[in-house]
Each structure stands twice: as C-alpha cells, then as structure tokens.
Design a protein around this ligand. Sequence first.
Ligand code: IPM
Ligand code: MG
Length: 354
Amino acid sequence: MAKTYHIGLVGGDGVGPEVLREGKKVVDAATRGFKIDWVDYPYGGEHYMKTGELLPDAAIEEMRKLDAIYLGAVGHPKVKTGIIEKGLLLKMRFALDLYVNLRPVKLYENVPTVLAGKGPKDINFYVVRENTEDFYIGSGGTVHEGTEDEVAFQIGTVSYKGSKRIMEYAFELCKEKGMNRVTAVDKANVLTYVYGLWRRVFEEVGAKYPNIEKENNFVDAITQWFVRKPEWYQVVVTPNMFGDIITDLAAAIQGGMGMAAGGNINPGKVSMFEPIHGSAPKYTNQNVINPIAAILAGGMMLEHIGEKKAGANIERAVEEVMKDGKVRTKDLNGTSKTSEVGDEVARKVAKLVG
Ligand code: IPM
Ligand code: MG
C-alpha cells in the first residue's frame, strides 16, 4: 500500500492562500508511490477577527503528529501588527521547536537579479538562521506607558545549547552539500556577551570539521558583501534577527521575495515550510503574486519528509519553467497569473515524474 503523509495546510493571510494553492497543486503532481492527505487549518487574521483564536494549543498538539506543515503567509492589515505574527507563526516555531530556519539563496537561470554582472553561478548559498532565540523570545516590558517617561526594553538571549545545535546543523549541511566554508554572522564587536558566546560555540563546533573553512562576519559587513561578492558564500549561520534581515536582502539578489523559500526545521520531527515573503495584502485575490517561493518550499518539504526524488523534481521543474521564460509573473517581468505559473510547473513536474 502506498505510504500516506499527513500534511497541515495553513493558508494564513493576504496572498498566503493563493500561493499555497499553487504549491499544493505542484506537490500533488509530484507524488508517485506515496499519497498526501492534506489537513486544512483556518488560522490567520480573518479567523482571529471572527473567533479571537490564534493558534490553539490543541492544534499544536495535533500538528505534532503530522508529517509536515505547509504555510502561506501571515499578517493582516486589520489586526494590530505583531498579534498574528507572534500568536501564529512564532508560536509554531517555538512550540514545535523549529530551531533551524533554512533559507536557500539560489538564482535560477533566466531569472533577473538586481546585481549587475552576477549570474546563477555567483548566487548559490544557504542561510541557516537560528529560529528559537535572540530577540524573538518575546521577553521585555514597558514602564510609565503612555507618558514622556516611558521606557521599553526587550532582551535577546543566546544559549550554549541553542548555538551548538544550529552550528552543528550548518556544518553538517556544508558537508552534505559538498561545500567547504561556513560563515558565522554576529555583532560580537558590540554585543560582546551574547555574540561572544555565539563565537565560542562556533569555534568549538567548527573544530570538529577540519576540512571546512570557518570565518566570522559582522552583520553590517555581510550585507554589503552579499551585494558585492555573493559568490564567496556557501553556508552562512546566523542569529535569529540578523537572519531575518539578511534573508530579505538575499531574496532580492535571487530574483526577489517571490523566489525565496524557507524551511522551519526540527530535524527528524514535524517541520514547517513557507515562502519567506509576507502576506502582501494589497494583492490579495488578484492572482498576480509569484507562487514560485511557495512551490519551492513545497519541494523542500517533500525532501524533508524523505521523498527526495519528488522534491528534486519540483526544483527541476521550477528551473525549467524559469529557463523557458514564457510563463512568469509580473515581478519577473512576465504577464502570467499566479495560477498559470502553478499549472505550468505542475505540468512540468508531471512530465518528470512520468
Ligand atoms: C520571516 C518573517 C517573520 C520573522 C515575521 C512575519 C514575524 O519576516 O519569516 O522572515 O520575522 O521571522
Ligand atoms: Mg523576514
């Protein structure tokens, strides 16, 4: 009997449900020798406004038993900023301990990049973003709120164990991909406590990988190096907040937010895959948003659950559709609709699957 995977679908807000629909179409087209049972979840801004519910604990418990979670985007213009982000996306990342945020930065052939004189052979690396610590832990407070004496504070933490597991993941990824350099990002020249620890752990873990080159980059410096010399980078390991910032920059050099996928991973456990872009509310239901990021996230998801061939077929189909250049959305200077891109990639995938 064919193996069946149970995968949760959280469309979320804005364009999330549309891009996820295309991703699901492509993932379904890639299945051979296994089946997917999709489990729909209503969570997001609309659901929150109707019910007051963000992501209930019972849903988290149910999600633990799934094989993966596929998420569209979060952020609703009618809900105060931070509520859904923290209550849904960050809750999922923290409760399921999805400590790796893996963001491949790859420029496919015939995809326009903002970098002059750089091409696909120059832009091909991985950002491994720590996903459960740093300023994202949500610890802080305010005193004298609403007065001129108001003071707010928010703290970030870096732990030995948290740094160790993300560094280990980064070095193992580097080895697995046949690469030979890991760059650790920090701001250890100013935030000496937290990133001092981060650096010590990088050295400790790195010592176990004598054949891999190690280097430290300050976060401010790496932003300009991503633009000037992207070909230098192979695996970049970064604390949470710097990782958030540098991956939007990285997305721009790989063809834009519409091309950038990510996996929120706990190796061996249920993990969540999503395009890294936001909910782009003003484009909702216009069928114009690029679904490639969501589609690539679907490919990463299949790879993660062990269907490597199916995952690779999705990436290859995307590569071919981009190379053909006929079917693409407006952000890539095309005229196709979101659904047309999904149809085309699904068609290519079906051909590859045979
Ligand atoms: C991302 C997003 C999120 C983050 C937001 C929506 C909370 O920007 O996944 O990069 O900051 O991690
Ligand atoms: Mg971000």
